[in-house]
Design a protein around this ligand. Structure first.
Ligand code: CP
Ligand code: NVA
Length: 306
């Protein structure tokens, strides 16, 4: 049994690369590995809504021979009824792993503290590691590699940005992050990423001007308002509109593809036309969610080595 996956911060470059390779292979040759979760149970406990994460975990676990129990905690934060440390300890009596989507990262840390089975972050305010692994699988499949390529993220500096940066740097992928002033990524994570990039000889650029997009292989965006942010769209729309991904922007960059974790808002952060275009990797990313998660679950829930 291995550790939790709350973020990729504790991972090294070698293991990150091996996990990506394993995920790609598990997708291509599922029969080579057999039913890795035969007889195992996973509890998914979510404080926030989900389409892709919930469904892809459920179906993926089933394909590996396991069983998922969904616990709906959307009515109230987990900690309202009992301490997350006690929720973790109780769930671990019956399940072999816990997948959880929460508001506060601290809730996941407490769940993990109480639980003796692996806890997997299905999105929190700071990270979305399962998304990042699926996204680098998609990049690898379409560009032939991740190492040495450049990922440009445009829009709100958020949980998805943080995970793309951390895993991307570990995988040797250069990063450009363009956010409007006032919507930059978290300072502590920025310092961590800069130090990590230094250690791995990876280039990381932070900017607020779209001109920083000149050199990149893919352009990624996400919603301007993440779940739990109740700011009215009207208050931020004018600030973010210049950061929209659209055909005109694509003509002025060298990027081959656009990416978005979804849910996407057509004609806000990305035009519907670009989402539906040949340059869109959105469905490849959604497809890879299941394969990425199956690799993570298999690694954390069995004694396999990478
Ligand atoms: N990308 C993603 O996590 O989608 P859901 O919120 O639908 O799970
Ligand atoms: N940043 C978004 C990602 C959704 C998958 C959010 O947290 O709502």
């Amino acid at each position: 049994m291995h550790q939790d996956l709350l973020s990729f911060r504790q991972w090294n470059s070698d293991d990150a690369q091996k996990l990506l390779t394993f995920a790609l292979d598990l997708k291509q040759q599922p029969n080579k590995y057999g039913r890795l979760l035969e007889g195992k149970t996973v509890v998914a406990i979510f404080e926030k809504p989900s389409l892709r994460t919930r469904v892809s975990f459920d179906i993926g676990i089933n394909k590996l021979g396991g069983h998922m129990v969904y616990v709906d905690s959307q009515g109230a934060e987990l900690k309202k009824r009992e301490d997350p440390i006690d929720v973790g300890a109780n769930l671990a009596q019956w399940t072999d792993a816990i997948v959880s989507r929460v508001y506060a990262h601290a809730t996941l840390e407490q769940l993990a503290e109480g639980s003796h089975v692996p806890v997997i972050n299905a999105l929190c305010d700071r990270y979305h590691p399962c998304q990042a692994l699926a996204d680098y699988m998609s990049m690898h499949e379409h560009l032939g590699s991740v190492r040495g390529k450049t990922m440009a993220y445009v829009g709100d500096g958020n949980n998805v940005t943080h995970s793309l940066l951390i895993l991307g740097v570990l995988l040797g992928c250069h990063q450009v992050v363009i956010t409007p002033k006032g919507y930059e990524i978290d300072d502590e994570i920025k310092a961590f990423v800069i130090a990590l990039a230094d250690e791995h000889n990876v280039e990381v650029t932070f900017a607020s001007e779209m001109s920083a997009l000149a050199r990149c292989d893919v352009i990624y965006t996400d919603t301007w308002l993440s779940m739990g942010d109740n700011t009215p769209l009207a208050d931020i729309k004018d600030t973010f509109m210049p950061y929209q991904l659209n055909d005109e922007l694509m003509k002025h960059t060298h990027a081959s593809y656009v990416m978005h974790c979804q849910p996407a808002h057509r004609d806000l952060e990305i035009t519907g036309q670009l989402m539906d275009s040949e340059q869109s990797l959105l469905m490849a990313q959604a497809n890879n969610r299941m394969h990425a998660q199956n690799a993570i679950l298999s690694y954390l829930m069995t004694d396999m080595s990478l």
